[in-house]
Design a protein around this ligand. Structure first.
Ligand code: ATP
Ligand code: MG
Length: 245
């Protein structure tokens, strides 16, 4: 009988019938989806399809017209962004995700501010294991780093806050394929350690090699959802909405 027992993955974020945008402008139309705990989920879709708007809506920085967003059973709509972060949702935005005038060390210390003194030392040590390159760049201004290194700093800051879930908006954008793979390898390690990840990405073929589950947006609507394998095998989705990159 054992093979019939399925342990349902706990749902961490539930978005239900979400209509959201900027002021009166509605960008997301009736989006319903879930992000499961300890899974690596990707949100795909062409330029302007609403991927960033979805991330920003979870963080409370768009206008929610209707619908609900629940995190661990708690309603996020109407809560301030700062509070939402404190609940354990770390967000790495698509642009301007590090302080370019601060050194790598100073950037990382911004991340650990929320931790106790004892926890800080351990966390910084762990971050250097996860992102070895950062140890070598400690004294350098983040603005002088390569795109890949900068993305590592942004991910490290997010991770250092000890979040329950990390939302990353196009962490591989503008990076050479080999560097992008390094970013995804780090994300895969985090997932193996039990982190819940939601990653927005444009390069479907690349991220589908790493993630568990995929949602595809098109013109602000949900166009597809399925496992990474189902998404890769769905020719209509891959060719029609995502290009063949
Ligand atoms: P990309 O792949 O280019 O990052 P995306 O899928 O993340 O695209 P969004 O940034 O969510 O797309 O944008 C969706 C739509 O919302 C676009 O038409 C965009 O012009 C519009 N939009 C984004 N930000 C704002 C804003 N602050 N005010 C008004 N409209 C906006
Ligand atoms: Mg975007």
């Amino acid at each position: 009988m054992e093979q019939f027992i399925q342990i349902e993955s706990h749902v961490m974020i539930t978005v239900n019938s979400l209509h959201a945008g900027y002021g009166k402008l509605e960008i997301l139309h009736d989006i319903s989806l879930t992000f499961a705990e300890k899974q690596f989920t990707t949100v795909l879709g062409p330029n302007g399809s609403g991927k960033s708007t979805l991330m920003k809506s979870i963080l409370g920085i768009t206008t929610i017209h209707s619908g609900t967003i629940q995190f661990d059973g708690r309603e996020l709509v109407g809560i301030r962004t700062e509070q939402i972060s404190k609940l354990g949702i770390a967000y790495v935005p698509q642009r301007e995700n590090v302080f370019t005038d601060l050194t790598v060390r100073e950037n990382l210390h911004l991340g650990v501010r929320v931790l106790s003194r004892d926890e800080r030392a351990v966390a910084i040590e762990e971050v250097h294991d996860l992102f070895p390159i950062l140890g070598k760049r400690e004294g350098q201004k983040a603005g002088q780093l390569s795109g890949g290194e900068r993305q590592m700093v942004a991910m490290a800051i997010a991770w250092l806050t000890r979040p329950k879930i990390m939302l990353l908006d196009e962490p591989s954008a503008g990076l050479a394929p080999v560097i992008a793979s390094e970013v995804f390898t780090v994300l895969q390690t985090l997932r193996e350690q039990g982190m819940t990840l939601v990653v927005v990405e444009q390069n479907a073929r690349r991220i589908l090699q790493y993630c568990d589950y995929a949602f595809v947006l098109r013109e602000g609507q949900l166009a597809f959802q399925g496992t990474a394998a189902e998404c890769l095998n769905d020719e209509d989705t891959i060719k029609g909405y995502l290009g063949v990159r």
